[in-house]
Design a binder for this molecule. Structure first.
Ligand SMILES: Cc1cc2nc3c(=O)[nH]c(=O)nc-3n(C[C@H](O)[C@H](O)[C@H](O)COP(=O)(O)OP(=O)(O)OC[C@H]3O[C@@H](n4cnc5c(N)ncnc54)[C@H](O)[C@@H]3O)c2cc1C
Length: 324
């Protein structure tokens, strides 16, 4: 929650919470996001097991309150007013990594850089591209996270374990669809709990050298020292959002405390004083200027977490709330 923006969310003490599960109220989400912006979650829980997750789903249904899964918090803009939902982090329940030959099965909360390094230590290739993406495996599968040379998580997927409306399910590669920053998992109303990836053998030294190279490229091109959410807009077909924003003269443009990075125009940064409203207004301004300059409509890559209707910068997205 930021100073001067009172949360309109009910500050009720949860009742009927399953025994032994700690459900907290009014937990500030800013500290759980890479942008370091955002109001509180009405309810927040860190279940220790999938059984606890299932119990939380049932409890949320009885309140009733929507459920949202928080991964690394690197691809979301949380409203200043907060989120009227039970926000669940899978850090404790889904953090395991298991190698079996050239395959790896990892929990949804495992962070991509850690997974890439673990694979490297096993001499397994495929995840080099992911070493600088600060998201969880579960979050990465929502947008088919990847890098500019075309490598992404989707093609590695063998199967995905999830919790859906009717309980646990396993989705095979054939049942999943991955495209540019999109996947059939997004908005499907399921919580990813784990995924099995098919990797290939490669000498560890070669993998680590490539990861160092990719991290150096990233460090030179991205404003890593300031809070940000990575690329704010998707690249339109055949072009780059950053190039279009720069060509429209928007590098350094500010709204309130939010500023277009001088280093990478598709990044919005701040020095601690920005609100979600500032970021959303700056995004809208960029969309309008790029539309006027190049006739191209920029679509957000980051996701709005807050009350509907979303700010004008965000077209109606598939819901990130989970169906129960
Ligand atoms: C500095 C920086 C650099 C970045 N570079 C890249 C890049 O090179 N390539 C790229 O693709 N992205 C990049 N990103 C964006 C981001 O890291 C990715 O989109 C990442 O995959 C998001 O994962 P997350 O765990 O942080 O998701 P979150 O931001 O926590 O959540 C995003 C969405 O995924 C959902 N979600 C999370 N976990 C689950 C789950 N287990 N089950 C169901 N839904 C879930 C959330 O509910 C939400 O709807 C970058 C971000 C930053 C801050």
């Amino acid at each position: 929650m930021i100073a001067g923006v009172p949360s309109p969310l009910p500050s009720d003490i949860p009742t009927g919470v399953p025994a032994g599960i700690d459900v907290r109220t009014q937990v500030p989400l800013a500290r759980h996001t890479y942008l370091r912006i955002g109001g509180p979650a009405r309810f927040f829980a860190e279940p220790h097991s999938l059984d606890e997750v299932a119990l939380l789903f049932a409890w949320a249904r009885s309140v009733p309150v929507a459920v949202r899964v928080l991964g690394g918090g690197s691809n979301i803009l949380v409203a200043d007013e907060g989120v009227d939902a039970l926000v669940i982090t899978l850090r404790r329940a889904c953090g395991q990594v298991r190698f079996d030959g050239t395959r790896v099965t990892a929990g949804a909360a495992v962070m991509l850089p850690a997974l890439a390094r673990a694979a490297a230590a096993e001499g397994l290739s495929g995840l080099e591209f992911a070493v600088g993406i600060p998201g969880s495996l579960g979050g990465a599968l929502q947008t088919n996270a990847g890098i500019g040379d075309g490598r992404s998580i989707g093609p590695l997927v063998d199967s995905v374990d999830a919790l859906g409306a009717r309980g646990p399910l396993t989705l095979s590669r054939e049942e999943l669809r991955f495209g540019y920053r999109e996947s059939s998992l997004r908005g499907a109303g399921v919580m990813v709990t784990a995924a099995t990836l098919q990797l290939g053998p490669r000498p560890r030294e070669a993998i680590e050298a490539e990861m160092r190279r990719l991290l150096a490229v990233r460090a030179a091109a991205q404003p890593t020292a300031q809070p940000n959410a990575g690329s704010v807009f998707r690249n339109p077909p055949g072009d780059h959002a950053g190039r279009l924003i720069e060509a429209a003269g928007c590098k350094g443009l500010t709204v309130g405390g939010a500023r277009v990075s001088e280093l990478h125009a598709n990044f919005i940064v701040h020095d601690g004083g920005a609100t979600a409203r500032d970021v959303a207004a700056l995004m809208r301004e960029l969309q309008e200027r790029v539309q006027a300059h190049a006739g191209i409509s920029l679509v957000p890559e980051i996701e709005w977490w807050g009350p509907a209707p979303a700010p004008a910068a965000f077209p109606a997205p598939p819901s990130a709330e989970l169906e129960e």
